[in-house]
Design a protein around this ligand. Structure first.
Ligand SMILES: C[S@@+](CC[C@H](N)C(=O)[O-])C[C@H]1O[C@@H](n2cnc3c(N)ncnc32)[C@H](O)[C@@H]1O
Length: 701
């Protein structure tokens, strides 16, 4: 089996039978849909938006958004899930008694375990980490308006029709079918593990396997690229048996990569035909997989890459800058899987609020209302996936009573990693609308205190409402720029920085990201994230008896917003080290990327992808904060999970050690100023300033 085939991501399953790409049926894109009746009945919505006959880039983009009605972002307070939105989940038989089905899922362990459900529910409920989980929604970028999903208002979540089977979503047809795609039809009955459907339940194990494979794959790609660059004519390059993988797809006509002049001509003529773009992506990917052997004489690898990036941008409706940025995160074929996955909604998931109920009780109550659901997977004992529902999931009595939050599965991860403990003092530095705050409050069993901060005051309204609805009694809401911490207050046992980000992990929810992000946005965001992460670290007390941790997360997949930020923090704060996130799956963070090298311990961070994990793209890093004098990478281990990765001494020599100092005197002055302000606001006369406060006021003036 070829490398690609072996590494075929588990979730992706070809939407349609593997037929030659030239058939109308396979050209299931917008244009083909318009052309054929067949396409109307295609399960795939008209999404890849792009009327390629339209002229000019801007036009193409706008026509693209018109062309995808079933994929558009839900209206406010409405979450629309296509019929195929139940991707990655086990089938439930048509006509099956849903109550019976779910009853079987949630009954005590002496009942037979249903298919697709790994383990007994009791087992999940007793899981220490997640016992008290609760919390909402998906990730939000910066100013994302997706907060409605977590807002206090009633939410209308439109799920697949009642009669629809709850099933694994049909994947979009792959541009490049892998050998395993072919073998699924070729080798009847020979179901190897790789062809098994992926559910949240079996995802963790499969994901680990895929990660190892992907790593190997990426290494091979790098080697291949290097070899190809060294000798483009070298016919001996034989990294794998891709030839066989792709043989079935090789078109009769040899592929010709358009020259610059031909590309210009194509543009002038209104852009290429969608079928041509599709075929070209496939062909270019094929060439890139074995460049020395398949490339046209005299053509550089960079030309092929330019072409495929440009085609990806036009086909999926991205600006070229972002298409390129995302493309380089993956080996070529996998990049296309990633772009494809961004066209499909992720599963609708909810998180049981264990402050109000137990998962099995919630599940039973919802089943009684005609909701078809299943536990998400072994890694969480509070998550449920909703396949279909007779009632709006965002407006059930259980929802209004705070028994659950609508929350993307990826949003559970940073809180599980942070693992806040009862009676601790915790800061959620960028918390609105409170999905993770309420989750933390529940894990802490309403003890200790969670400071839920968000710089955007307007967003603290929905945060407060969610806190009330979920019955969190240990949360204090505040609204500061996170960069003011720890001057506002410090001494936290744990801090979560779920940072404002570009949202490249949630493109399936917010397609506007495809076109509205520029280089400058990434520079600014990365800068803000770096400032915030230092403040998050400095807000933690290394003296904490139970904690001393910071978790950094984003719903973005770019390296600038993730590994680069974490690496920066390690350089600027020698008293912190990365530790294992404790998450059972996810790909390792990059330790080098496009010429940049990061601290080797960055591999302890975790990346999550829509096409691999069937959840939003996400990133999680966990730091242990130590006393400043003990800022050595090989500091004593507190537990196995905290085991630091050996740090290259050369790397340590080169790191810049610089501290932006926070000192107690200055903190006092800030606190005093703040108190004065509050007194003034209340119409009270503040006492005269202390010397330090006077200095501060003068400095400010
Ligand atoms: C990804 S969202 C947080 C989502 C939240 N953690 C949840 O789970 O519901 C990022 C948040 O950061 C806030 N934000 C942006 N800049 C900030 C800053 N400088 N300090 C604190 N919060 C900030 C935004 O208002 C936004 O609510």
């Amino acid at each position: 089996m070829g490398r690609r085939a072996k590494h075929k991501q588990a979730a992706p399953e070809a939407l349609e039978p593997k037929e030659p790409y030239t058939s109308k049926k396979q050209l299931g894109k917008r244009k083909a849909e318009a052309d054929t009746q067949d396409e109307k009945s295609s399960p795939r919505p008209t999404k890849r938006a792009k009327d390629l006959s339209s002229k000019g880039k801007g036009k193409e983009i706008s026509s693209s958004s018109k062309a995808k009605p079933t994929k558009t972002k839900p209206k406010k307070n409405a979450k629309v899930v296509d019929d195929d939105g139940s991707e990655g989940w086990e089938d439930v038989e048509d006509g099956e008694d849903l109550r019976g089905h779910t009853k079987s899922l949630f009954n005590d362990s002496d009942e037979e375990e249903p298919a697709g459900f790994v383990g007994d529910l009791d087992e999940f409920d007793m899981d220490e980490d997640d016992e008290f989980i609760s919390g909402p929604a998906q990730e939000f970028d910066f100013d994302s308006d997706e907060e409605e999903e977590e807002e206090e208002e009633e939410e209308e979540v439109v799920l697949p029709s009642k009669t629809k089977k709850s099933k694994q979503a049909e994947r979009p047809k792959k541009i490049i079918p892998t050998q395993s795609d072919q073998s699924s039809s070729d080798e009847d009955g020979d179901e190897d593990e790789d062809d098994e459907r992926v559910t949240m339940a079996n995802m963790a194990a499969r994901s680990r396997k895929l990660e190892a494979q992907a790593e190997e794959d990426a290494e091979l790609d790098i080697k291949e690229a290097q070899a190809a660059a060294a000798d483009e004519e070298d016919d001996d390059i034989d990294m794998d048996d891709d030839d066989e993988d792709m043989e079935g797809d090789i078109d009769a006509e040899p592929f010709h990569l358009p020259t610059a002049a031909e590309r210009e001509e194509e543009k002038a003529a209104g852009g290429p035909d969608v079928h041509l773009v599709q075929r070209r992506m496939r062909e270019v990917a094929r060439v890139l997989a074995k460049f020395g052997k398949r490339a046209e004489k005299g053509r550089a690898r960079a030309e092929y890459i330019d072409q495929i990036v440009s085609d990806i941008a036009s086909y999926y409706g991205y600006n070229e800058f972002l298409a390129e940025k995302l493309f380089h995160l993956f080996p070529v074929n996998e990049a296309i899987e990633f772009f494809e996955a961004n066209e499909i909604p992720r599963p609708v998931t909810i998180r049981t609020n264990t402050l109000r109920t137990r998962r099995r009780d919630l599940a039973q109550a919802l089943v009684n209302r005609g909701v078809n659901l299943e536990p998400i997977g072994k890694w969480t004992n509070v998550g449920l996936q909703v396949f279909e529902s007779n009632v709006p999931i965002g407006a059930t009595p259980e929802y209004l009573a705070g028994h659950y939050m609508l929350q993307a599965a990826s949003s559970f991860l940073p809180v599980i990693a942070l693992s806040p403990q009862p009676n601790e003092r915790v800061l959620d530095m960028a918390s609105a609308p409170g999905g993770k705050t309420t989750h933390m409050a529940a894990l802490m069993q309403n003890t200790g205190v969670v400071f839920a901060n968000d710089a955007n005051k307007a967003r603290t309204k929905s945060l407060t409402a969610n806190i009330h609805r979920l019955g969190c009694k240990n949360v204090v809401v505040c609204s500061y720029d996170g960069r003011e911490f720890p001057k506002v207050m410090g001494g936290f046992d744990r801090v979560l920085l779920d940072a404002p980000c570009s949202g490249t992990g949630v493109i399936s929810k917010d397609a506007s990201v495809k076109i509205n992000k520029s280089d400058r946005d990434f520079t600014l965001l990365s800068h803000l994230q770096k400032q915030l992460i230092l403040c998050a670290i400095d807000s933690v007390t290394p003296e904490s008896k139970t904690g001393g941790y910071v978790v950094y997360s984003t719903c973005s997949v770019t390296v600038d917003e993730n590994e680069a930020v974490v690496d920066y923090a390690l350089k600027k704060r020698p008293n912190v080290k990365l530790v294992d996130t404790g998450l059972q799956f996810g790909r390792e963070g990059f330790t080098s990327y496009r010429g940049k090298n990061f601290n080797p311990s960055v591999k302890l961070t975790r990346r999550f992808y829509p096409h691999v994990h069937n959840m939003d793209g996400f990133y999680v890093a966990k730091f242990k904060v130590e006393k400043r004098s003990k800022a050595l990478p090989n500091a004593a281990k507190s537990s196995e999970a905290d085991e630091p990765v050996a740090v290259d001494p050369e790397f340590m020599e080169n790191i810049q050690v610089e501290r932006t100092g926070f000192n107690d005197e200055e903190d006092k002055a800030y606190l005093e100023e703040d108190k004065r302000k509050r007194m003034k606001a209340k119409g009270l006369r503040p006492p005269p300033r202390s010397k330090a406060a006077q200095k501060l006021a003068e400095a400010k003036a």
